[in-house]
Ligand binder design. Structure first.
Ligand SMILES: CCCCCCCC/C=C\CCCCCCCCCC(=O)SCCNC(=O)CCNC(=O)[C@H](O)C(C)(C)COP(=O)(O)OP(=O)(O)OC[C@H]1O[C@@H](n2cnc3c(N)ncnc32)[C@H](O)[C@@H]1OP(=O)(O)O
Ligand SMILES: Cc1cc2nc3c(=O)[nH]c(=O)nc-3n(C[C@H](O)[C@H](O)[C@H](O)COP(=O)(O)OP(=O)(O)OC[C@H]3O[C@@H](n4cnc5c(N)ncnc54)[C@H](O)[C@@H]3O)c2cc1C
Length: 551
């Protein structure tokens, strides 16, 4: 995050100085925004940067315990610089949070600079190879030029000048990383399902009839139900990530031309796609672990590590709930635009036909299911706005009414995101397979249908509310879904092989290409330090005395 922030928040002159140093690794940096007391609510950050025109420096301070920076990756022992997000004060006025480049360690000795308190935050659920750190300041001075001045400036005399066209321009790095995280979710989920599907083809358990041989666990319908949605979702996330990257690039190009009109839609999309992709990837990686039984619980399976790594992505760079609520703000505005007969931006344009007051006629074709997801999102949005307005009519303030409606708002944002993801999944497959063989098309369409049927069956309650789906339609869809799993089964191993992930990348005794699962598990077990000696010294120190009654 250090380098993208230098790129996004510095003036050209500042970039010319800092970027080569960072890219050459002459300096190593991190992004220190979150504090002990605040992560989500950026406006509540407490670190201060007070401009002193006498010395043309900013004085950095951590006025409270809760103002200590907390979490930044590499902060504890690795980095010598960081981007610190602090409340800017000049001429006695607070201008809100701004980013500053702060040297925290000596470039030669690596000692913390006087006035800087820095350390490690301790062990975490995962990410233990990263030295996430804390950081505090005691009247620590940095040059005026170290304020990142692309979007706002403090002149030598302390005058504050706002440059950016959009109030949230300083949040740009977060949007960029959220976009990248959708791709990261796809990649890690692809790893997990490669491991679990390959292992399920090797693992045999139980025999349906006592005479026959044991089945590969991949042949069980329930195992297919657990795993094929993982493969389908990995593709859905990958294709949505490519699409989101293009949307991001287009918006960035427009902003460079001075047009910030599409930023709200990009923010709404990157927020909900980051939220849903990281949450889905984490829960499906855990599902892959379940699918590997006891061996999935071994660190050597690679799955616990993957889970610990990915579940953090649901929180960092904006917590799941918080980001869905950001999308919900955008959706409520879109609802109001429909009411006012105003045009809508592309990803919410479906709303213009959705508020008919009637249930959508059920159609079980893929296009029909996407329309049903859209109807569901629109229906949820409409009920949420009704709740919001009822609360306003009862005399509550907008903030109070909003807070009481946040469970529904999150539901509407999740449904909207699922509809967007399904639509993109379909259109990206169509776009990318124009010249593909019929077999490739067939397999990708099977996976895409698995995604649609799975989520339709997960949301039957909502579909009953907002579409004309009947009990027999649901029964028919369930049978179709189960049939599809059987169609995919013969190709399942080939499909995960097509992710083309090398053994070194999977790092799993269960998921290696050669399928030598048991040999690898045993070889990994031999690496346990407990196997280094036939009798461990704890036997003599504790067990034997206890057994002899001498403890
Ligand atoms: C090329 C490089 C390739 C590298 C590839 C590597 C891939 C990397 C992936 C993984 C590898 C592992 C590496 C691990 C890295 C760990 C990194 C973790 C880093 C961090 O976590 S940094 C800290 C991140 N912190 C957050 O995300 C905080 C979340 N909070 C917020 O974003 C905000 O506080 C808020 C959005 C919730 C609220 O902000 P606030 O100012 O209070 O604004 P509001 O009043 O709510 O809204 C006002 C108005 O502004 C709109 N708005 C808000 N944000 C934005 C935005 N970003 N852009 C545009 N608009 C925004 C908001 O919607 C409102 O609009 P409205 O009034 O409704 O119109
Ligand atoms: C592995 C890891 C690496 C990180 N790396 C960095 C880094 O490099 N740099 C950095 O600056 N930060 C980093 N972070 C911090 C991260 O960005 C924050 O933890 C994250 O943004 C969540 O903020 P929080 O911890 O304050 O959670 P909180 O906001 O305290 O969330 C706690 C709970 O309260 C809920 N909640 C909070 N506010 C509201 C609200 N308004 N409405 C409804 N519910 C609410 C949340 O949904 C959540 O359930 C990292 C975190 C992790 C886990």
């Amino acid at each position: 995050m250090f380098v993208p922030t230098l790129m996004g928040q510095c003036t050209p002159e500042q970039q010319a100085y800092w970027l080569p140093r960072a890219l050459d690794m002459q300096i190593i940096g991190t992004y220190a925004q979150t504090e002990l007391g605040h992560g989500t609510f950026i406006r509540g950050l407490e670190t201060t940067a007070t401009y002193d025109p006498e010395t043309e420096t900013f004085v950095m301070n951590s006025p409270t315990l809760t103002s200590y920076k907390w979490w930044a990756g590499g902060l504890a022992k690795t980095v010598n610089y960081c981007i610190v997000v602090a409340q800017l004060y000049t001429k006695g006025v607070c201008h809100g949070t701004h980013p500053f480049i702060v040297q925290i360690r000596d470039e030669e000795t690596h000692m913390p600079r006087p006035g800087v308190k820095v350390g490690d935050i301790g062990p975490k659920l995962g990410f233990n190879t990263a030295d996430n750190g804390y950081l505090g300041f005691d009247n620590y001075r940095i040059p005026r030029d170290n304020m990142m001045m692309k979007n706002a400036q403090v002149l030598k005399d302390g005058t504050y000048v706002k440059v950016a066209r959009h109030g949230k321009a300083t949040y740009g790095t977060m949007v960029f990383v959220r976009v990248l995280l959708v791709n990261e979710a796809a990649f890690n989920l692809a790893k997990a399902c490669t491991i679990a599907v390959r292992y399920s083809a090797i693992r045999r358990q139980c025999s349906p009839d006592s005479e026959g041989s044991e089945l590969q666990v991949l042949d069980y319908s329930t195992q297919q139900h657990k795993l094929f949605i993982c493969i389908a979702t990995a593709h859905a996330l990958q294709l949505n990530s490519t699409w989101l990257w293009k949307t991001f690039s287009d918006t960035l190009a427009a902003i460079k031309q001075g047009n910030v009109d599409t930023l709200p839609e990009l923010h709404a999309l990157s927020s909900c796609l980051k939220a849903l992709s990281t949450a889905d990837a984490a829960s499906l990686i855990e599902q892959c672990r379940h699918a590997c039984g006891g061996h999935g619980y071994m660190m050597s399976s690679g799955l616990p590590y993957l889970y610990a790594f990915v579940t953090a992505t649901r929180t960092y760079e904006g917590d799941y709930t918080i980001l869905l609520l950001q999308t919900a703000r955008f959706l409520v505005k879109a609802y109001e635009q429909v009411e006012a007969g105003k045009p809508l931006t592309p990803t919410v344009s479906y709303l213009s036909q959705a508020f008919t007051g009637k249930k959508l006629p059920w159609d079980s074709s893929p296009d029909g299911i996407i329309r049903a997801f859209q109807a569901l999102a629109a229906g949820k949005l409409s009920s949420t706005v009704k709740s919001l307005r009822k609360r306003l009519e009862s005399g509550l303030s907008y903030e109070q009414a909003w807070e009481l409606s946040t469970i529904q708002l999150n539901g509407a944002a999740e449904a909207h995101c699922r509809a967007v993801m399904s639509q993109n999944y379909k259109s990206e497959i169509e776009r990318l397979t124009v010249n593909s063989s019929p077999n490739v098309k067939l397999v990708l369409q099977q996976l895409y249908k698995v995604y649609l049927y799975y989520w339709a069956l997960e949301r039957t309650g909502d579909l009953l509310l907002y579409t004309s789906i009947s009990e027999s339609d649901i029964f028919e869809l369930q049978l179709r879904y189960e049939g599809l799993l059987k169609e995919i089964r013969p190709n399942a191993v080939g499909i995960v092989d097509a992710f083309d992930l090398r053994d070194e990348v999977l790092h799993s005794a269960l998921g290696s290409y050669d399928g030598n699962v048991y040999e690898r598990l045993m070889a990994e077990a031999q690496k346990s330090p407990l196997n280094a000696e036939p009798v461990n010294q704890t036997f003599h120190t504790y067990l034997k005395p206890m057994m002899k009654g001498k403890l």
